[in-house]
Structure formats: C-alpha cells, structure tokens
Design a protein around this ligand. Structure first.
Ligand SMILES: NC(=O)C[C@H](N)C(=O)O
Length: 330
C-alpha cells in the first residue's frame, strides 16, 4: 500500500496559511510564522496520502513577492517536476497575489505533472482555520493521476480551478477564489477528486514561454487603472521606466480621453500598451482603437495576468503583431 503512495514536493512561501495571531478570533494583522514542517505536522492525515519532500523558498506575505522570489519559486518547481521520482508539486502561498504566481507558472513550467497552489483566508490560529483542509485537498489533487496535463491548478475551499481563469474575488471569505465565467475544473472532497472540464488554451509543456525563468530578467510592465477624471501623470511616470503598460480600462476596453493621450505618448516612446479591463468578466477584443493608438487587446486576461503575459512576450519581441497573436491565444 505504502509503496503506491505518490511522492509530492511541497514548496512553501508563506501567506496566511503559514500565519498565526495571538487571539483565535483575530482575522487580520497576523504574522507569518509557520515553516513548511509546521504546516505538514498540523495535518497528520497527510501521511496517508503521500510521501513528501519540502522546500522553503521564503516565508512572507504574497504582496511581498518580487521577481527574484518568483524566479526562485519557478526554478524550484521546475527542478522537482524534472525529477522522475516526484509525482506532483504543491505550493503554499499567500492568496493576495496567488493568481499571479499561478499564471506565471502555468505559462513557464515545462511539465505535464500536477502543480497545485494553495492558501488560506484564516490564519492557522483562527477558529475554523481553512488552511489545514485546503492543504490536505491540495495534496490529494497533486497526487491524483487525473490531475496530469491540466496546467497549474489552484485548490481552495473544496474547488479545483485553473490558474488561467481563477481570481481572488473576495477580500475575506474562505470562498475567496472564483473562476470567473469559465467555471471550476473540478471538486475535491477529502480524498475524492473529480474533474468536469479542462483548459483548452496552451500552457506548461505546450507553452511558447517554457522555462522563461531560466533566461534572465523580465522587462518591467506597469498597470494603470483608468477612471473618471483620470490624468496623464501615471503614463508620464511609467514611460521611460516600463517597457509595457497594462491599462485596466473601463468596460470592454474603452479609454478615457487621458488614457487615449497616455496611449499615444506610450506608442511614440515605444512602450507597448495592453487594453485590459477593470471589469472582472468578459472580453476586450481587438478593434480599430488598437490601430489608432498602437495598443494590444487584452482579451479575457485580467490586468494582473495580462501584465505577466506582456512581460513574457516583451522578453522575446517587440513586434506588435506577434504580441497581439499571443494575446488571442493565451
Ligand atoms: N489570505 C492571505 O494569504 C493573504 C495574505 N496576507 C497574503 O500573503 O497574501
């Protein structure tokens, strides 16, 4: 029996799942304190699911993750996936920027093995902490043979979502992760795992950006949020520092007069602008605006994920037609 257990690598980075507070009802302002061995020790039933290896990359909140940490996470995940004795990888992560790490790995890790990100919305010290069961579920999913070839997965609150679609949709609740209109991929309930759909867009072993983390720094890309009464000063500050700007535009990618001006300034300075939307569902399709302002339509990627794709794209080219093609495909 024991011989049949999968071997799972747990890559730990911090977040609320690794946090504790002085009081059981304290649900904010807690401290990251638990290392990966503490997380695993808190769920003894994990032993029945898998054999483990651990790597602690850092122990910080996810809004503190920078490029250097992101690259270390990606390299560690790739290293584990390249090993024939490892069946899957679980990454414990803060939820605030979890979708960014998840989507970066989805586009860059060269594997068909399951990679599962998991976090928690309540610290480990809280009444009804969600971390222990989320971790159990993440390992159940990573060790399940039906999880192969599905790209990077996010497991929270009994659901399995794709890194491509999932976004944080609630600031506090344990049901914080929502898959937008594309839906969850499946369910996990104890040891039981069932999938209902898969992501059709390219990822992991089929991605054009495989192992990009081995190829040096990614170009800086800023996100600018458009709104009523906008100004052009964000664009002026960005141009000269950033190689690209993602515009969290209104509606289906409409631009305020100032955003239009900003887009023209960026185009003239050779900075690529992606028109994404601050609305969290729907599509920004290419239109005559893109010809006029030299912009790229962001399609169904939210601004945080459009930023990741634009960085990967700009690492290899500044050819607008190639970048536009990638935005229609990913
Ligand atoms: N729920 C969380 O994990 C939020 C946390 N503060 C983070 O590291 O993103």
């Amino acid at each position: 029996m024991i011989d049949n257990k999968p071997r799972i690598a747990i890559v730990a980075t911090g977040g609320t799942i690794a946090s504790t507070a002085a009081d059981k009802t304290q649900l904010a302002d807690y401290k990251v304190s638990a290392g990966v061995s503490d997380l695993v020790a808190a769920v003894p039933a994990l032993e029945s699911l898998a054999d483990f290896e651990f790597e602690q990359i850092c122990n910080i909140e996810s809004h503190g993750i920078d490029d250097a940490v992101l690259m270390r996470i990606a390299q560690a995940v790739q290293r584990f996936c390249d090993r024939s004795d490892i069946d899957g990888v679980v990454i414990t992560h803060g939820t605030d920027t979890l979708e960014e790490t998840a989507f970066f790995l989805h586009l860059t890790v060269d594997t068909t093995k399951p990679i599962v990100l998991v976090g928690a919305m309540r610290p480990g010290s809280a009444v009804s902490a969600d971390g222990p069961l989320n971790l159990f579920h993440a390992v159940a999913v990573a060790g399940n043979p039906t999880s192969h070839g599905r790209g990077v997965l996010v497991v929270m609150n009994d659901r399995i979502a794709s890194a491509r679609h999932v976004t944080k949709g609630h600031a506090n609740g344990v049901d914080a992760f929502v898959p937008t209109e594309f839906g969850y991929l499946g369910l996990v309930f104890g040891r039981w795992v069932q999938y209902h759909s898969r992501v059709e867009l390219p990822h992991t072993a089929n991605s054009d950006f495989k192992r990009a983390f081995e190829q040096g720094n990614l170009p800086p890309v800023d996100v600018i949020y458009d709104h009523q009464g906008a100004d052009t000063h964000h664009y002026r500050a960005s141009i000269g520092c950033a190689k690209g700007i993602v515009l969290a535009a209104t509606g289906q990618g409409s631009l305020s007069p100032q955003a239009k001006q900003g887009a023209e300034m960026a185009r003239d300075a050779g900075v690529v602008i992606v028109r994404s939307t601050r609305v969290w569902q729907g599509v920004v399709r290419s239109s005559e605006k893109d010809d006029r302002f030299g912009t790229v339509a962001g399609y169904t990627l939210n601004p945080a994920k459009a930023r990741i794709l634009l960085r990967l794209a700009l690492r290899s080219t500044d050819d607008l037609s190639q970048i536009r093609a990638w935005f229609t495909r990913y």
